[in-house]
Design a protein around this ligand. Structure first.
Ligand code: UDP
Length: 455
């Protein structure tokens, strides 16, 4: 096995992590299967950067190398790559059937991966595992159990038949009750899809217990009032004639770029100077859909007013340049980070009513909600906002206020830290009742550069 290790520990950090001090930081292993910068991975990055290093040392394990690993490395976060077989890494959520998971070859690889991860957990004296994606939940959940280390599942996907194959939904809901010590959901809408609460009468006895095992923690999008990607000089609006309306998100059928384009064609009839941006790229094998929406742009005669920006790493600056932010998902969004990002930038948001989005927005106050899959309704809402700049500005102000109250990265990190403390305390109590072994914490090795080694 190859474990690619990027460890940016500074000598002072190494000293601070000294083994024998009674209050040495607890070692938290955060796991994600991918290093592609999706919403969940950006949220993971924001979280680890904000964790209180006096109390917690984040160590990240990814199933592949990529942009997230680079960003973690730049942020000085110890990051390990334990490569997942491509057939597992690239299995899309909507094809994640039990059959696919148990294909003989892949099943053997999964078992091997779990064993190696569990060995890593023990070797690294990890105190707590925090998994960040569905695949990491399963793999990290099993590995943690094997290593007898507590595990928190951070669920950032809706566990529903419209999003995942039915077998995967059932399996995941069942595992949710037995594998993790605690579940964190990125919205109440996500938590509701996990069905943590037992439905039977007998089960109701345990209702309180189950409720205490799950929390909703929203993903913060601003730090000290600004989006992490916005530099002061970048947030200047560039001068132009028409308003700029942007849809931010990876290019994927359920993100609704086709609905956005159909709405754009209608908006243009009333507001001929308006321009539109599709911000993001196709990520998870969805290039066919990208080709389709480019054709649709031509078909709708929108080539002169629609720009495809591709994936932008300076998303704060890109959003700051918009007049209206649109969210067009055709299925309930688990959370909808981009909606909060639009509000944080003081933009009125026109979004589809589904999943976690109504928890982020205040309808009619920070923006307008429209039904999913309804281009005419989206066009009407956009026309309303564009026709009333005073109201649009007030919506932007209200959005900033709401994000500062509820969606800061600090807020997210403090809640997660509190859950870490709670789970570790429960674990401590369990250990006191039944001590398994005398654990000694080793010195942290001062490996500073990327090195690849076999275990
Ligand atoms: N994003 C980005 N650059 C782009 C397009 C999107 O950085 O060009 C970011 C966006 O700012 C947001 C994330 O990708 O933070 C998407 O998160 P969201 O929860 O909206 O959707 P997901 O990808 O998780 O389904």
């Amino acid at each position: 096995m190859q474990t690619k290790r990027r460890d940016a520990a500074q000598p002072s950090d190494v000293n601070n992590a000294s083994a024998d001090r009674p209050c040495s930081p607890r070692r938290i292993l955060l796991m994600d299967h991918t290093a592609t910068l999706g919403g969940g991975e950006i949220a993971l990055l924001n979280l680890v950067k904000e964790l209180d290093r006096r109390r917690f040392t984040p160590i990240v394990m990814l199933g592949t190398d990529g942009p997230l690993a680079e960003r973690l490395h730049d942020a000085g976060v110890e990051t390990h790559i334990l490569p997942l077989a491509p057939s597992i890494l690239h299995t899309r959520k909507d094809t994640l059937t039990l059959g696919a998971l148990t294909r003989a070859k892949d099943a053997a690889r999964l078992v091997k991966y779990v064993i190696r991860t569990s060995r890593f957990i023990r070797k690294q004296r990890i105190d707590l595992v925090h998994t960040n994606s569905l695949k990491a939940d399963i793999l990290g959940g099993l590995a943690s159990r094997l290593a007898r280390t507590p595990v928190i599942w951070h669920v950032r996907d809706r566990i529903e038949d419209d999003y995942l194959p039915r077998g995967a939904v059932r399996l995941f809901r069942a595992l949710c009750r037995i594998l993790p010590n605690h579940v964190v959901a990125n919205s109440q809408a996500t938590l509701d899809t996990i069905h943590m609460q037992p439905s039977s009468r007998a089960g109701a006895l345990f209702e309180d217990l189950t409720r205490r095992r799950a929390d909703v923690v929203y993903s913060g999008v601003i730090h000290d009032g600004v989006h992490p990607d916005v530099g002061a000089e970048q947030s200047e609006r560039s001068p132009r004639n028409g308003a700029l309306v942007g849809l931010v998100g990876r290019i994927s059928p359920w993100k609704g770029q086709h609905i956005f384009l159909e709405a754009a064609a209608q908006v243009r009839e009333a507001h001929p100077n308006v321009r539109f941006q599709i911000i993001g790229s196709a990520m998870f094998e969805e290039h066919e859909y990208e080709a389709y929406i480019r054709d649709l742009t031509t078909f709708l005669n929108l080539e002169d007013c629609v720009e495809f920006t591709g994936f932008r790493t300076d998303i704060g600056a890109v959003v700051a340049n918009l007049d209206v932010l649109v969210h067009a998902s055709t299925m309930g969004e688990p959370f909808g980070q981009v909606v909060a990002e639009g509000m944080a930038a003081g933009k009125p948001v026109v979004a589809t009513r589904g999943g976690g989005v109504p928890e982020i927005m205040l309808e009619g106050v920070t923006g307008l909600l429209v039904p999913m899959n309804d281009a005419p309704a989206m066009a009407d809402a956009l026309c309303m906002v564009l026709a009333d700049p005073v109201r649009a500005e007030e919506m932007g102000r209200q959005g900033i206020r709401r994000v500062r109250d509820l969606f800061t990265i600090q807020h997210t990190a403090r809640k997660v830290e509190e859950i870490y403390e709670r789970v570790l305390a429960q674990r401590g109590a369990a250990r006191t009742r039944a001590p398994r072994s005398q654990r000694t914490r080793p010195q942290v090795a001062a490996v500073r550069t990327a090195d690849v080694h076999d275990e």
